[in-house]
Design a protein around this ligand. Structure first.
Ligand code: FDA
Length: 376
């Protein structure tokens, strides 16, 4: 055998496995069907701005070991995710907190805000929510639901809220403090210089073949390696023998604009149903903080890059961005996992291989656990 490991997928999971295996003296080949490394965390420089090609990526974790691990490959800034929601001409801070409530109702104290929310929940009189709409109203009341939850969720799922099951929303966090920080994690940031450098450093000195789809050369590729690490779709690996797992897809529309500052924030959510995109990202604000477009040199960048994110239904030709972890799909996944568990010499990993809505910190933890189990 020429290689100890053939790794399918040069995303975060595949790259960590490759890096650690290579460090342990294993011979590794990494392939990816895309024309670049990094999977969905890939960033590309445009006009001096790191563009998140596959949507906003903010690293956050409370796990110190994970945070320390990624620091080896890049220096992170102190970016704090604080998205803004736009509903018509009204702008609200997210997540739902005192800034949101004071704008929506003029509430001045936590007590006043709480009273309004409790009253709206009581007025709705929902005891057993039958769908997502009823569930959301019973958690946050009518105003927040109608302006900030309804349209966004309907676009996201491609269905009306009354047709969506209630279990999709178990909780809607409401904070009675003036704090727009979206994540509760201890550590949060964006790598200065983008995410691609992290994957580049991990794959340094390792043979990588891009534009190579595993399924086009399956037998030949497998013959070259002792073991396979597969981070593509687990249902595809088994030729969809039990049926297709479902995903949600996205379409990104990116534009470079001749202006310093388009929206004043990295992420603005559009919560009206009538606007077809769910959010606009202005990439420079991930790196430059809230200073309105100043680069590391202190000079103002006269250009900016924005991306509109449109939810899309998934077909086999589209990218499977989000696993749909509902009961039906999880049960189907378990059937594929039972096949995978019996398989000799094949490791399934990452978002698609494990069919899990993994964030980056969870992928790091899962990849390191997988390395410990298989390489030691
Ligand atoms: P990933 O999908 O990145 O990599 C898999 C690779 O395998 C891909 O490069 C693919 O081309 C390749 N591949 C698949 N099938 C193949 C085949 N048959 N042959 C060859 N190659 C094949 N997380 C977070 O922590 N904070 C955030 O803000 C966000 N935001 C976010 C936004 C959006 C829009 C998405 C879709 C996702 C996020 N994430 C996130 C999640 C984050 O993207 C995710 O955790 C990691 O990218 C997952 O890394 P993987 O390596 O598992 O998969």
């Amino acid at each position: 055998m020429k290689y100890d490991y053939l790794i399918v997928g040069a995303g975060l999971f595949g790259a960590i496995f490759a890096y650690e295996a290579n460090k342990a003296g294993k011979r590794v080949l990494v392939i990816d069907r895309r024309n670049h490394i990094g999977g969905n965390i890939y960033t590309k420089e445009v006009e001096g701005i790191q563009v998140h090609e596959y949507g906003a990526h903010i690293f956050h974790t409370s796990d110190k070991a994970v945070w320390d691990y990624v620091q080896q490959f890049a220096e992170f800034n102190r970016y704090t995710n604080s998205p803004v929601a736009r509903y018509g001409d009204e702008l609200y801070n997210l997540p739902f907190n005192m800034n949101t409530f004071s704008k929506m109702w003029g509430a001045k104290t936590p007590g006043e805000a709480k009273e309004i929310i409790d009253r709206q929940i009581e007025e709705a009189g929902i005891t057993e929510p039958k769908n997502l709409e009823e569930q959301a109203i019973s958690l946050v009341g009518k105003d927040i639901y109608e302006k900030l939850v309804k349209g966004y969720t309907e676009k996201q799922w491609g269905k009306r809220a009354t047709e969506l099951p209630s279990f999709i929303i178990r909780r809607l966090p409401v904070r009675f403090v003036y704090d727009n920080n979206y994540f509760n994690d201890k550590y949060q940031g964006i790598p200065i210089g983008g995410y691609t450098q992290i994957i580049e450093k991990m794959l340094d000195g390792i043979e990588v073949r891009l534009n190579t789809d595993f399924f086009d050369e399956r037998d030949a590729l497998k013959q070259q390696a002792d073991k396979l690490v597969f981070t593509g779709m687990i249902d595809a690996y088994y030729d969809y023998c039990y049926g297709e797992l479902e995903y949600r897809s996205l379409r990104f529309e990116t534009e470079t604009l001749d202006m310093e500052n388009y929206q004043g924030n990295a992420v603005v959510n559009y919560t009206e149903y009538e606007i077809p995109y769910t959010r606009i990202i202005e990439h420079k604000h991930f790196e430059y903080g809230c200073q309105g477009g100043y680069g590391n040199t202190g000079a103002i960048n006269p250009k900016t890059v924005i991306t509109r994110e449109y939810p899309a239904s998934w077909t086999k030709k589209a990218e499977p961005y989000y696993p749909m972890n509902d009961e039906k799909n999880n049960a189907l996944y378990e059937k594929y996992k039972a096949l995978a568990d019996k398989e000799e010499g094949v490791i399934f990993g990452g978002r698609l291989g494990m069919y899990r809505y993994y964030d980056m910190h969870q992928v790091v933890a899962a990849a390191l656990a997988c390395v410990r189990e298989n390489i030691g």
